[in-house]
Design a protein around this ligand. Sequence first.
Ligand code: ATP
Length: 359
Amino acid sequence: MAVVELQKLVKDYAGFRAIHGVDLRIDDGEFCVFVGPSGCGKSTLLRMIAGLEEISDGELRIDGRRVNEERAAERGLAMVFQSYALYPHMTVRENLAFGLENIKTPKDEIRRRVDEAARMLQIGDYMERRPKQLSGGQRQRVAIGRAVVREPKVFLFDEPLSNLDAELRVVMRGEISQLHRRLGNTMIYVTHDQVEAMTMADKIVVLKLGTIQQVGSPLDLYNRPANQFVAGFIGSPRMNFFEATVAEQARGGIVATDEGGRRVEAAVSPERVEPGAPVTLGVRPEHLEIGSERGHPVTVETIEQLGGESYLYCRDSNGRPITVHKSGQTRIRAGEEAKVFLPAEAIHVFREDGSALER
Ligand code: ATP
């Protein structure tokens, strides 16, 4: 069992509030990802849980027990750092064993755990090498192995894949997910990469300026972003946004007019938006239809044909950029005019304060 609870957690750095009273519950066995742009406080929050950063206010509980005052080593956690933090003068085997020797674990127990971690992470072939004789991906496996041998209640990962190239990141992403399925531990993982968050998390916590914007499963966040920030952050390429004004409440939604005076229907609950209210409409690139007879005219400026999918970067008559993602290939060519249709059920509507209307 390892439930991690944050209650009104605050972090102040000499007059600067980095974390503003965060409430969060991470369930036993959950893979929870903290994601957000640079400076949003995700590393600070993880380091507070780890015991590497003092908690200014609020309470941190692990399995119901307050741990604010406990030292890092007493909390039953193990952290994997972006920088790997391996001992350069020790072999892989010594790096793996070191933490256990420090706490006087019996020798045969150390050997059992080190061999098991080596097997699990496929690092058995280079146990006698030193870190500088390993590739980045191998080093990161050793760093993860060092956490695994400690058999912690909770694993903490601070951007562990940022130093790896794109291809290796995809491989390691899969391996960490597999490790989670095998071990079943609670894992907390920090990244600024929303694709990592979407592919690995049971639960995503989106942060901005030290506050939680939304907590949910990857598809919750994709399908029902609570506000414009989350809508713009989750999903790649980013959601398209248009300024508009509510014209009328209609059957099953609202009608809004955009800057060019064009009418757009949106299938959202019309609660608490009055005609005349300024709103922002959002629609994901993959939900736009391009190339049929209906919709708004655009100029297609650039096309990326990847074979299995295509990206069309367009501009509408108001000069606004619109990105369209189409599965498969397109016959449209750069420089052509086309029509882009916004299906009513795919449109997100955000009030002036950024909050989303329910869909
Ligand atoms: P990144 O992805 O760039 O690492 P982050 O979301 O992890 O960003 P944090 O490192 O947690 O962000 O920092 C959150 C805020 O706290 C930032 O505004 C940062 O400048 C500030 N901060 C972090 N550490 C300190 C410190 N030791 N003293 C003062 N301010 C700090």
